[in-house]
Structure formats: structure tokens, C-alpha cells
Write a protein that binds this ligand. Structure first.
Ligand code: GAP
Length: 426
């Protein structure tokens, strides 16, 4: 686990090992914009697959969606984002840096101790233009949350998927917010990925489903291997609820800089569907054949961030041994991540660069790949260094092919965490 004093070490590791690094770096970067390298993108994809499996594939009552990022701007008028999706912002009168009032200990002073100007509302939606003319009529927005695509497609999906309330629609995708104070690596960025599911229920069943989803989502983070003592639930006080929410509980992680939100589970009532019904003029109610009732469903929403979840997983799994794990005294990093989230399932390492060993190793790589495994192959350098490189990116197992392997058709399987080596049949 990463402590606050190890954050620089962790950030350097993330860059060096192709996990996460600043974007556009050759041009000096772009404030809090990050890229995921070869290791990071694999882990991120596996995280999303895990979410999709638990939220969609393993259930009868949830279906998926991939909606557009740029929607008709009327969506954001109806959803309340054009009027309400803003942060109260102040400017340091000396440095002219801007801060969210919410982040300040004293709202009259900047963190540097300078006086601040009058607080102003700042809408955090990114504006753009659709088509060649840049005027008010062509103004559009990059979505600040993925869920509105779900609400506006709700009726269409209900009619074509053979689902009935209670049921859910899940979506993973990029969202954009012009955050005033991004920071803490990928914790708060302006471009990020969300995993959201809108679960449509009858009003009288909303509380039951809310409790169900809080528990199910908390368990998902535990199943990914995050330590229980680093996770907690935080119930939002009524006064701090978002404009659409009747109740929200966050799942928080103990980041090196303090507790921070990974996911919010909100009871959105029927706010969104009613708003879209009013603004679009389309009937978004459902008809219950049994009770012969027409109603606009309520919504329970588990809304998580891919980048934040991955950051928490990395921070939780990262271990630094100043004097190495053996007595050789060399500093060593091990990413003790769940094997299902590791960038590679296994590495294949010929002990030395001899043609017969390379040939046998390549055959092993091919058979592992045919079995659907993501394999790293590395044939040069000392075996100790090659093991350490794999430990650093969390590869759970390394298979070493040596001269004995040619005779007994066995390889050495070396475990990342225990470093135990066992001979296994090919
Ligand atoms: N539809 C509800 C919604 O968007 P939210 O709490 O604003 O709720 C959900 O966002 C999740 O998206 C958060 O819990 C967080 O994990 C992620 N998220 C939000 N803003 C983010 C940002 N600026 N950078 C990274 N992740 C962010």
C-alpha cells in the first residue's frame, strides 16, 4: 500500500512501467491529462470487463448500452446540468489561481493564505459546436455523465429488450468536466471514464433496491482484492445532495491524501425521466399489465469511475521493499494485484538464449495464447531481473524453460508473491 510520502515513488513507477503517465508530455503536458500505457490499458480493460460481467452478463435484469457523447443540448437543459452543474469558484487575488470553495478550509482565503475575490458559479460542462458555424444555435456539450444517454434511450430499450421493471441499463464510457482543481494523479481529471447503471424500480421498492446496490457494489471492490480496512461507506447529509438526488451513499477509499469517493449510489427518484418527459413531450411512463397501472419508474444509480477504481487498486496493491525481498539488498517493487486484473496472465522466460530453449518457450507461449491467456515473452537479461520486472507490473506467474525442460517436459513456475518455484508439467 502506498503512503503519502511514497506518492512520488509510485508516480515514477507508474510512468517507468507503462501504467499511467502525463499526456502530451512532449509538448509540456496538458493540466491533469493522463495516458494509460501498455500495462495500464490492459488493467483498465480488465477492470471494465469485470464490472460489465458482474453488472450485465451475470444478471438477467440488466442490459447494456453505448450511447453518443455529444447529445442534443436539450438533454442538458432538461437534466438540470445547464442551470445547476456548476461549482462555486473563487480567485486568489494575488496569484489569480482559481479554487473550488468546497475545497477551502477558510472560504475567504486561498491555500496560500491570500485573500480571494467574490465567489462565482462556474459551469463545468465543456462546450463545443456541431457543424461549421460557431454560434448559439450550434452549441453542444461533451457529456458530463454517461447516465443521461441511458435516460433518453429508456423507452426505446424497454420496448426492444423484453425487460420489465425492475430492470437496469448499464454503460461504460468517457465523461468530461472542466474541473477547476483537478489533481492527485487520475483521481480528478477533466476527461475520465465512468461505469454507470440506472436501475428502474417502482417507487415503493426504491429503498429496498438502494440497500441492495450499496451492498453489491461494496462487495465488488472487495472481490477485486482491495483491503476492507481501506474501504468505507459515506452517507451524504441531506443538505449536500446533488440536485437530482433523494439520497446518496458513497463508497470511499483511503487514498494516501485521505478518504475519497470511488462510487456514488444514488436514489434519483423519477427526476430524470419526468424532466425528459416534460421537455421532450414523449411519454416515458411504463404500464404494469398486472396492476393495470401507468407510472414513471424511480431510479437507483450506482455510478463509479474507472480511473479512480484503477488508481485505488494500484495504490492498494503496490509494495516497495527498500532492501529487496531476499537478502540481496536491491530495492524492489511488487504489484500484488488480483491475477484477474494483472496486465499479463503469465510470462514465459527461457533461462538462456539457446535455440532449443527459445523454440520450446515459443511453443509454450503459443499454447497459452491459444488458451486465451495474455502472455509476456522475454528472452534477454538475467533471470533475476526478468522476474523483478514481472513482479513490478504484477504478472502473477512466470514460467522458466531450462535445459531440464527439454528432457522432462516440465518448466519452473515461479509465484509472484511467495517467490516459490515449483516444477510443473507442460
Ligand atoms: N451520474 C452520476 C454521477 O456522474 P458523480 O459522483 O458525479 O455521479 C460518478 O460521478 C463517479 O465518476 C465518481 O464516483 C468518480 O468515481 C467518477 N468521477 C467523477 N468526476 C470525476 C473526475 N473529475 N475525475 C475522475 N473521476 C471522476
Amino acid at each position: 500500500m502506498v503512503s503519502e510520502s511514497q506518492m512520488n515513488e509510485f508516480t515514477a513507477w507508474a510512468k517507468r512501467r507503462g501504467v499511467i503517465f502525463p499526456s502530451s508530455e512532449i509538448y509540456g503536458g496538458l493540466g491533469s491529462s493522463y495516458d494509460y500505457g501498455p500495462v495500464g490499458v490492459e488493467m483498465k480493460n480488465r477492470l471494465k470487463t469485470s464490472w460489465w460481467r458482474s453488472m450485465v452478463h451475470e444478471r438477467q435484469d440488466v442490459v447494456g448500452l453505448d450511447s453518443a457523447i455529444i447529445l442534443n443540448p436539450a438533454v442538458w437543459q432538461a437534466s438540470g446540468h445547464l442551470d445547476n452543474f456548476s461549482d462555486l469558484m473563487v480567485e486568489d487575488l494575488k496569484t489569480h489561481k482559481r479554487y473550488r470553495v468546497e475545497d477551502l478550509d477558510d472560504p475567504t482565503k486561498s491555500p496560500e493564505g491570500n485573500p480571494v475575490g467574490e465567489a462565482k458559479q462556474f459551469n463545468v460542462m465543456f462546450k463545443t459546436f456541431v457543424g461549421p458555424v460557431e454560434d448559439d444555435a450550434s452549441t453542444a456539450y461533451l457529456r458530463p455523465e454517461t447516465c443521461q444517454g441511458i435516460f433518453i434511450d429508456f423507452k426505446q430499450i424497454l420496448e426492444t429488450s423484453r425487460q420489465r421493471v425492475p430492470f437496469g441499463i448499464a454503460q461504460i464510457g468517457k465523461s468530461f468536466r472542466n474541473e477547476i482543481t483537478p489533481g492527485n494523479l487520475t483521481f480528478r481529471t477533466r476527461e475520465f471514464e465512468q461505469m454507470e447503471m440506472e436501475f428502474f424500480v417502482r417507487e415503493e421498492e426504491a429503498n429496498k433496491w438502494f440497500d441492495y446496490w450499496v451492498e453489491a457494489r461494496f462487495q465488488w471492490y472487495l472481490d477485486l482484492g482491495i483491503r476492507k480496512e481501506n474501504l468505507r461507506l459515506f452517507k451524504h447529509p441531506k443538505a449536500k445532495l446533488a440536485h437530482y438526488s433523494k439520497g446518496t451513499t458513497d463508497i470511499e477509499y483511503k487514498f494516501p491524501w485521505g478518504w475519497g469517493e470511488l462510487e456514488g449510489i444514488a436514489n434519483r427518484g423519477n427526476f430524470d425521466l419526468v424532466q425528459h418527459q416534460k421537455n421532450s413531450g414523449k411519454d416515458l411512463s411504463v404500464f404494469d399489465e398486472e396492476t393495470r397501472e401507468k407510472f414513471v419508474p424511480w431510479v437507483i444509480e450506482p455510478a463509479g469511475g474507472v480511473d479512480r477504481a484503477l488508481l485505488a487498486i494500484l495504490l492498494d496493491a503496490w509494495k516497495f521493499f527498500q532492501k529487496g525481498r531476499k537478502e540481496d539488498g536491491e530495492p524492489e517493487t511488487v504489484l500484488e494485484v488480483a491475477p484477474t486484473l494483472a496486465a499479463y496472465d503469465a510470462a514465459v522466460l527461457p533461462l538462456v538464449k539457446k535455440p532449443e530453449l527459445l523454440k520450446m518457450s515459443q511453443k509454450l507461449v503459443a499454447s497459452l495464447r491459444a488458451a486465451g491467456k495474455h502472455v509476456f515473452y522475454d528472452e534477454s537479461g538475467s533471470i533475476g531481473r526478468r522476474y523483478r520486472r514481472m513482479d513490478e507490473i504484477g504478472t502473477p506467474i512466470c514460467y522458466t524453460v531450462d535445459f531440464e525442460s527439454l528432457d522432462d517436459k516440465k518448466v519452473t513456475a515461479r509465484d509472484r508473491d511467495s517467490m516459490k518455484q515449483t516444477r510443473v508439467t507442460l
